[in-house]
Design a protein. Structure first.
Length: 384
């Protein structure tokens, strides 16, 4: 087993409390295995500020030369090594009350590959959707991508970059710590001439790869998979089940449209239908986030899957809610469907242990965080 050895690094620590007019800077030696919580405690002691509760101090920014980065999410119990903080960094801290009272908020933004993640600090009074888009294009290096192919999603809805570009984020119901996902939509079909064939043109659907290159060996437009589609409208006491063949490059939005047309339900607005669950044998999985404009192949949906759909109004009126849970590696991501009247913190913990295969880990080493605060698994395990 590979283990990282501890090393000693010198960091500049900057703490500023605007309300009290307090500012302190120190250079302190740390071990690379120290957590951010350890950094705060040692800094407060070194700076003779140990009358301040370390739990009320938060890392807000990282600096390296002229580069400034917002602090990573859920950083309190992460080590300097895990956060890739090296010799020469400046760590900027502030009281938690300043974060909440400031006009500045934060967004978590996931890139097109669903792995790269950034935080965007924005002002409730001045930041527009267009400003957010420009920042995303710059940070994720999307300058070479046509603007109309870049789409932003918040929860299960797409943000209208055409009509609402000059609107403030607050006007679009964006709040502090909202999750935004970036999606790159494949280019429109293109025509390719084949002079030696009886057909003069062939429509080729091409998918952009993660590096935005094109590779014909990955073109799956000519393949076909059969899926079972289920649609249930509980309010109307209506159920429809049908098997349809699709190309792996078909987007979920087009799957819905073809299903409605095939079953003579095209009087239903496809925008009011949502994918809620995937089934394969006895395995049931909640629908992936921001799936509407993703292809079956991108969602890893294969031959034999059952796709379950329902009206959007049922999702909003149901007692069931969803949590997004990010695993210990900050990459693995699941959704947990829970009942507002019955689900306890302990039930959530058991589900997380099962889904992330944490059975071998001692329970006291597993911690859960919501926004920037830890959930108390000892005192509140039986609470809803």
């Amino acid at each position: 087993m590979n283990t990282r050895t501890s090393s000693c690094i010198k960091l500049q620590i900057h703490y500023e409390d605007h309300q009290r007019g307090l500012k302190s800077e120190n250079y302190i030696l740390y071990s690379s295995t120290d957590t951010i919580r350890d950094v705060i405690v040692k800094f407060l002691k070194t700076a003779n500020l140990d009358y301040i509760d370390s739990g009320n101090v938060s890392l807000v920014e990282l600096r390296m030369g002229n580069q400034r980065l917002p602090a990573p999410s859920f950083n309190t119990y992460a080590t300097l090594d895990q956060l890739n903080i090296r010799q020469g960094y400046t760590l900027c801290f502030a009281p938690l009350r300043e974060l909440s009272s400031s006009g500045l908020s934060r967004l978590r933004v996931y890139g097109p590959n669903l792995i790269d993640k950034i935080e965007y600090e924005w002002n409730k009074r001045t930041t527009t959707l267009q400003m957010l888009l420009e920042y995303i294009i710059k940070i994720f290096s999307l300058d070479s991508i046509e603007r109309q192919r870049i789409h932003l999603f918040m929860d299960f809805e797409e943000l209208d970059l055409t009509s609402n570009s000059e609107k403030l984020l607050t006007e679009l119901d964006v709040t502090d710590l909202t999750l935004i996902e970036v999606a790159i939509i494949p280019p429109c079909s293109i025509s390719v001439s084949h002079p030696n064939t009886s057909t003069s043109e062939m429509q080729c659907s091409v998918l952009a790869s993660q590096n935005f290159t094109y590779d014909s060996q990955h073109d799956k437009s000519n393949e076909c998979i059969e899926l079972e589609l289920q649609y249930i409208d509980q309010k109307q006491n209506f159920k429809k089940l049908v098997k349809i063949q699709f190309s792996p490059t078909t987007k979920i939005d087009d799957v819905i449209k073809k299903f409605l047309k095939t079953t003579d339900l095209d009087y239903i607005d496809s925008g009011n239908v949502s994918l809620v669950e995937l089934r394969m044998g006895n395995q049931c999985l909640p629908a992936p986030l921001f799936h509407t404009y993703k292809t079956l192949d991108q969602l890893n949906i294969r031959q034999g899957y059952t796709l379950c759909f329902a009206p959007l109004r049922e999702l909003s009126s149901s007692r069931l809610s969803r949590l997004r849970v990010y695993g210990p590696n900050h990459i693995g991501k699941i959704e947990y469907e829970w009942n507002k009247r019955t689900t306890t913190l302990q039930m959530l913990l058991e589900y997380i242990i099962k889904m992330f295969s944490l059975d071998s880990i001692e329970r006291q080493r597993i911690h859960l965080f919501m926004d920037f605060e830890e959930l108390d698994l000892t005192s509140n395990s039986e609470k809803l």
